[in-house]
Design a protein around this ligand. Structure first.
Ligand code: HEC
Ligand code: HEC
Length: 392
């Protein structure tokens, strides 16, 4: 996609966000139409149908192939890929929950509690930065080293002393050896961590969710209820302002795709905490501040994609909000006031909070409407797609 096209694409996105969905009647509408499709032709046979989504960026160093995707799927679900053989990627990323795990905080293979909430993997190929707040992690291949080899906290617990053992578990399984050989036919010794990572990254790049009720509504295949329409108009309008940070085709504000330049990677403080009255968030969850040590980056996190959000609770980087209704209560109040306990403090007064997070006048019905609209982002096909499921 050339620059002019990409500018047009962004214009299309923002017109979708600002006007396209402001329809008042029940039923299909919206000048956004089927959404942008300028790059549709980039799809390869190995990628799922893009249905109007832009072409994802696939690194030249790791092109997609059906064989790598098949191996990656096997390994994603394979508990042998952990030091003690008890955990796979899928232990914390369940397909039926859009690849989250339903827990407030993740738990690693040795029982260590992760300070963060497991993230969904729907459309992860389009994320410009990875994890809740790490501007430096921009490739799936690099991100994966964290759960596999990280020791703070231990997730899959692979370390120098057990690396050979982990690889040997695969070398003695004939079926898996064949998957490695097929995926990396030129390698004399294909069973390596480099290839494991390349294969799982390829599998993750196919996890595309674009068949939700909302997508079908854009294509005029279904109608929305009155409540869903009202919720959509609130979401896309200037009262609730959700679209400022969740307004891309992927319902976030860090999309990355072929031809988009520059790729923007904003992080935001939404006023979840204010433990010292000076804007403090609890360690080690201080967001971008953990990397930059700049006061203004305190509590700044990535706005997550809201696709499938109805099934990805509990919410926020630390799983500290249980339901979507409570997320709406939080936004309506313009932040969170915690009145007792170690995290007490009035997040509404956090000096580093984004200007876009302020008290919103939302009635109880408005909140219900917004929750109902968010429910239209659930993609049952994605949650049940046999191509993404545990291999038999
Ligand atoms: C112990 C649970 C656990 C395991 C096992 C695990 N993850 Fe995760 N995953 C998480 C958590 C927690 C986060 C958020 C991390 C953060 O923000 O620091 C995450 C984040 C991610 C992200 C970033 C998503 C985004 O939107 O940026 C990807 C990709 C990912 N995991 C893939 C994997 C893969 C692949 C594996 C297996 C090699 C794996 N995970 C194993 C818990 C886990
Ligand atoms: C200033 C940017 C911004 C605005 C405006 C905004 N959000 Fe968010 N949203 C975020 C960030 C950042 C997070 C993650 C915060 C964290 O974990 O600390 C988030 C998290 C969420 C989550 C939790 C998702 C998950 O997977 O845990 C939901 C749901 C959500 N927002 C919905 C909304 C709705 C609805 C609105 C409008 C009322 C809205 N947001 C407005 C930035 C924003």
């Amino acid at each position: 996609m050339n620059n002019q096209l990409s500018r047009r694409f962004i214009a299309a996105l923002s017109s979708i966000a600002v006007t396209g969905f402001l329809v008042t009647a029940c039923g299909a509408g919206g000048s956004g139409g089927g959404g942008p499709s300028a790059t549709h032709s980039h799809a390869t046979p190995t990628t799922p149908a893009l249905n109007g989504f832009p072409a994802p960026v696939i690194p030249a160093s790791n092109p997609l192939s059906d064989e790598k995707i098949a191996l990656g799927r096997q390994l994603f679900y394979d508990q042998r890929l952990s030091g003690n053989g008890t955990q796979s990627c899928a232990s914390c990323h369940h397909q039926d929950k859009a690849f989250t795990d339903g827990k407030p905080l993740a738990i690693g293979s040795t029982g260590e509690i992760h300070p963060r909430n497991s993230q969904g993997l729907a459309n992860v190929v389009y994320n410009a930065t990875l994890t809740w707040a790490n501007p430096a992690l921009t490739e799936l291949e690099r991100q994966m080293e964290v759960p596999m080899f990280g020791d703070n906290p231990v997730e899959m617990g692979i370390k120098d002393s057990n690396k050979a053992e982990v690889l040997n578990r695969f070398k003695t399984d004939f079926a898996v050896v064949n998957l490695f050989k097929a995926a990396f036919p030129k390698d004399s010794d294909p069973i390596s961590f480099t290839n494991i990572i390349a294969a799982i990254a390829s599998f993750q790049r196919t996890l595309i969710s674009n068949e939700s009720k909302y997508d079908q509504f854009l294509r005029k295949q279904v109608t929305f209820s009155e409540s869903e329409i009202r919720g959509m108009n609130l979401f896309m309008g200037e009262t609730a302002e959700c679209f400022h940070c969740h307004g891309s085709f992927n319902f976030n504000d860090q999309p990355k795709f072929v031809g988009l330049s520059p790729v923007e990677t904003p992080f935001h403080n939404t006023g979840l905490y204010n433990i010292d009255g000076k804007g403090g968030f609890p360690f080690p969850n201080r967001g971008l501040f953990e990397f930059t040590s700049k006061p203004q980056d305190m509590g700044a996190f990535r706005a997550p994609s809201l696709r499938n959000v109805a099934v990805t609770g509990p919410y926020m980087h630390d799983g500290s909000i249980a339901s979507l209704k409570e997320v709406l209560d939080f936004y309506a109040a313009g932040g969170r006031h915690i009145t007792s306990g170690q995290h007490a403090g009035d997040g509404r007064l956090n000096p580093y909070k984004s200007d876009l997070i302020t008290r919103i006048n939302l009635s109880e019905q408005d909140k219900i409407d917004l929750v109902n609209f968010l429910g239209t982002l659930t993609d049952e096909n994605f949650l049940k797609n046999p191509k993404f499921a545990r291999p038999q």
